[in-house]
Design a protein around this ligand. Structure first.
Ligand code: NDP
Length: 474
């Protein structure tokens, strides 16, 4: 157990001795038992998520991004599954070399280069930071150096593209399917390793949850915060890098491919690069805030995060750029400006909503939201050892409009990326469909967790702020 990196939180108020209260209130982490619906969803995802990713990428490679044509070909027996599979590029030594170097480089940046950005960038919070209280009352420390890793990686990328020419900037696009096999190997390896680790050498045994169902434990994870050594945190590393650092590089590689194929980069490609670039940079600028989000505060590390971060995120979040390589859309100025405005408003709502909660929680309510003292609901919860904690739920600013208005902003931004691709195909719209399902499910999941955590205080909050995403609608 990594005792040296744990610390009891300062907000602790007193220890409860009531065992009944203790057992009823410590259920606020991930579930201990699996219901049939969760199990069915998990089995579905375990079986079909890798196929979905393959299908999308293959349909671009072999069918110009049409999602319908492969099905039509198969149904009319114009092609057999084996024809499609035989045309699929296989794993290559080159791709394995690129991917190994890539992951090793990101591990190196994460583990061996402590953050220096916070020393000279005003307002940036980096270096050693604390996470939230875990269900067993632990507060982990994290080395926040993602912005630095992102900057170094991108400086090297541009230095290579314009000066060194060690490799072509289209390298990612050119090896996209062989790299998919590498990403899958890592995704499965890390999820399997995390499962074995949780049985034999967990980082914090008390924060492990075993449901007894192999598939659920494999998918949703057993260990809450698996680590190797003092600083290598699986959740922080795999979620941010290699996946999110790669996101902007993948888009740049698509732009380079457009340039190579058509002699120009379209305004839609620039829009996708810029809007998604802002989202990625925002993530790294606010990496310390990310420690307080559901991924880190609630989810255990299993296939959902491990494989999802290695495969699902880099391959499906970048579909718009991939699509634009095959269909270079040139938007008229009015449409381009409209999409830019939608994307920026979405980003503004997303950022301001997250910022309001972060500011409110950091200052313990001693701040101003929209120029006024914030309104809030006092609440309490307990950790496993019966320690009682106090917290506050903000009800002013965007948090007074809806309980998850940050998701609404995120969805507006997601729609903007998709609209940049025009209306010829459905494939680039996958992102906004997926985000709508993910974030709606997340609302429900989070509220279930918060109700288990705060009990009647959460009910008071939902009465004060009755809507989830859209005031007056949902
Ligand atoms: P939030 O940042 O909204 O965090 C939810 C937590 O905040 C709750 O569990 C609760 O935690 C606390 N909370 C809830 N209501 C209040 C309130 N009124 N006042 C103060 N604290 C409150 O959710 P996420 O972690 O899901 O998302 C963070 C951001 O990341 C969002 O903007 C989302 O859009 C984005 N996101 C993007 C994804 C992507 O794939 N692109 C995926 C997931 C999220 P506590 O226990 O501390 O009270």
């Amino acid at each position: 157990m990594a005792a040296h990196q744990e610390k009891k939180p300062e907000e602790r108020k007193h220890k409860s001795t009531q065992n009944h209260t203790r057992t009823s209130q410590v259920q606020w982490g991930r579930a201990w038992e699996v219901d049939w619906f969760s199990l069915a969803s998990i089995l579905f995802l375990l079986m079909f998520a890798p196929l979905i990713v393959y299908y999308f990428i293959m349909s671009c490679d072999q069918y110009q991004c049409s999602l319908i044509d492969p099905v039509v070909d198969l149904l009319t027996e114009k092609k057999h599954l084996s024809d499609i599979w035989n045309k699929t590029p296989t794993l290559t030594y080159r791709a394995a070399g690129i991917y190994t170097l890539w992951v090793a480089f990101q591990v190196f940046l994460y583990v061996f280069i402590p953050d220096f950005c916070h020393k000279f960038i005003p307002g940036y919070v980096g270096g050693v930071q604390e996470g939230a209280v875990t269900p067993v009352g632990v507060v982990n420390k994290y080395e926040i150096n993602g912005l630095q890793a992102w900057i170094i990686t991108h400086v090297l990328w541009f230095a290579n593209a314009y000066y060194f020419h060690w490799f072509s900037p289209t390298i990612i696009f050119d090896n996209w399917i062989p790299l998919l096999w590498c990403a899958n190997i890592l995704g499965y390896a890390v999820s399997t390793f995390a499962m074995i680790k949780s049985y034999f050498f967990p980082t914090n045994a008390k924060d492990c949850k075993f449901t007894g169902n192999f598939f659920y434990d494999y998918m949703m994870g057993i260990e809450f915060n698996p680590r190797i050594g003092k600083w290598f945190d699986f959740k922080l590393f795999f979620n941010g890098r290699p996946g999110i650092v790669a996101w902007t590089l993948i888009n740049l590689s698509y732009a380079a491919k457009q340039q190579e194929l058509y002699g120009e980069v379209t305004n839609s490609m620039i829009l996708v690069n810029v809007l998604q670039g802002i989202y990625v940079l925002d993530f790294f600028w606010n990496e310390a805030w990310y420690l307080k989000t559901i991924d880190i505060c609630h989810d255990h590390f299993g296939w959902y995060l491990g494989w999802g971060d290695c495969v699902w995120l880099p391959y499906l979040y970048t579909l718009q750029g991939l699509y634009l390589v095959y269909h270079p859309v040139q938007l008229c100025v009015a449409n381009a400006v409209g999409i830019l405005i939608l994307g920026m408003i979405g980003y503004y709502i997303f950022r301001m909503t997250n910022h309001q909660k972060d500011l409110f929680r950091r200052t313990n309510g001693n701040c101003k939201i929209w120029g006024k003292k914030p309104e809030y609901i006092e609440c309490s919860y307990m950790s496993v050892d019966g320690t009682k904690y106090y917290s506050k739920l903000l009800t002013s600013g965007f948090w007074g409009w809806a309980r998850h208005f940050n998701y609404t902003g995120d969805l507006m931004g997601s729609l903007a990326y998709c609209l940049a691709c025009g209306f010829e195909h459905i494939l680039p719209y996958f992102y906004v469909f997926y985000m709508t399902i993910l974030l709606t499910h997340r609302c429900i999941r989070d509220e279930h967790r918060c109700f288990s955590k705060y009990g009647k205080d959460w009910k008071r909050y939902t009465a004060a702020v009755p809507y989830r995403l859209l005031p007056g609608v949902f």
